[in-house]
Design a protein around this ligand. Structure first.
Ligand SMILES: CC(C)(COP(=O)(O)OP(=O)(O)OC[C@H]1O[C@@H](n2cnc3c(N)ncnc32)[C@H](O)[C@@H]1OP(=O)(O)O)[C@@H](O)C(=O)NCCC(=O)NCCS
Length: 309
């Protein structure tokens, strides 16, 4: 691959650390066995199956190039996968002479079973390590190897996060938006009620983190009549405009659906244009508006929005 710029020199100990990590990972993941996770195939063949399962048809030469493997090796691996009815060949789109390889339903079932086994093995391996270090490792891996979106992780709150969410709400609304100081008291009270009656799995708090630092939050509370209430949506100013607010609200919608809720309700304010546009774009509708609340600035109304699931 041509190099367009000089690669940065890694920290002195980065390479031996990564090598030690990958040796440990290979052992813990069972990668060294000639029968990868009891699949009856070596890792190279299983990797061919995996890549084919994550593409919509690949030619053998493309697969070999991508995996940087010998064409003959990949060709024989694909023949063995085909003999087990895990893959099949079809005419490549746009070239009647070329054949692309696609995974069969049986192949997809095997990939899913291998994924589950691997998740279990690595989950057990990581669970034996100290949690904060693993969280930092995950953040580092997301920052170095993940997509732009994946650099912000959404997870349950760590100790201290709840106090931080309350503080950021106070700072944002009172200091930045000029809301009356009473608003901060209302947030403290609301969060206190929320945490006191906290009842998982229906109730959840989601915290977004970038490189271990707070980037945003949202919470969801189960109410009567299969109703979920969305609360405490906030994205840090430097993380805005990149889809995080949408990811957080979508997380709440997905969670509410899985919990069997029939609708989601929320309260917002008439001056929060970005939030209102976000809610509207996801199908929420404003159902009520109340003026004159003492915790809101003059001329700003409290609004109730709902989404039927
Ligand atoms: C509302 C908020 C959470 C959005 O977070 P975000 O990460 O910037 O939002 P996204 O990048 O995911 O954008 C999602 C949608 O929000 C709307 N939106 C975001 N920024 C906007 C802006 N400045 N003006 C108008 N609409 C905006 C758009 O509909 C956008 O969709 P689009 O990108 O397809 O146009 C964020 O602005 C925020 O924290 N605001 C202050 C706190 C707040 O209002 N909380 C809601 C309390 S009810």
């Amino acid at each position: 691959m041509p190099r367009s710029r000089i690669a940065p020199t890694p920290r002195r100990d980065a390479i031996p650390l990564v090598r030690a990590f990958s040796r440990d990972l290979a052992r813990a993941g069972g990668l060294l066995s000639p029968h990868f996770l009891s699949s009856g195939m070596p890792l190279g063949e299983a990797r061919c199956l995996y890549e084919l399962g994550h593409a919509d048809g690949l030619e053998i030469s493309t697969l070999a190039r991508y995996l940087e493997l010998d064409l003959g090796y990949v060709s024989r691996a694909v023949s063995r996968l085909a003999a087990r009815r895990l893959v099949t060949k079809r005419v490549a789109p746009g070239d009647a002479r070329a054949r692309s390889v696609v995974v069969t339903d049986q192949g997809r079932r095997l990939i899913a079973a291998l994924d589950r086994q691997m998740d279990r093995r690595l989950g057990a391996w990581l669970a034996a390590k100290p949690r904060p270090e693993i969280d930092r490792l995950a953040d580092g891996l997301a920052a170095a190897f993940g997509s732009r979106d994946a650099r912000i992780a959404i997870r349950s709150p760590r100790p201290g996060a709840i106090g931080h969410i309350i503080a950021r709400h106070g700072e944002f609304y009172v200091a930045e938006r000029g809301y009356p100081a009473l608003f901060e008291h209302v947030v403290v009270q609301a969060f206190s009620d929320f945490v006191t009656g906290f009842s998982p799995p229906r109730d959840r708090i989601f915290v977004a983190e970038r490189g271990g630092a707070f980037a945003g939050s949202v919470a969801v509370k189960g109410r009567a009549s299969a109703t979920a209430q969305l609360r405490f949506l906030l994205v840090e100013p430097d993380a805005r405009g990149r889809g995080l607010g949408r990811r957080l609200v979508q997380r709440v919608i997905d969670h509410a659906r899985r919990s069997g809720e029939r609708r989601i309700v929320l309260d917002t304010a008439s001056d929060l244009d970005a939030a209102r546009a976000l809610y509207a774009s996801l199908g929420f509708c404003r159902t009520a508006s109340v003026s004159g609340e003492p915790y809101l600035p003059r001329g700003v109304a409290s609004e109730h929005w709902e989404l039927a699931l």
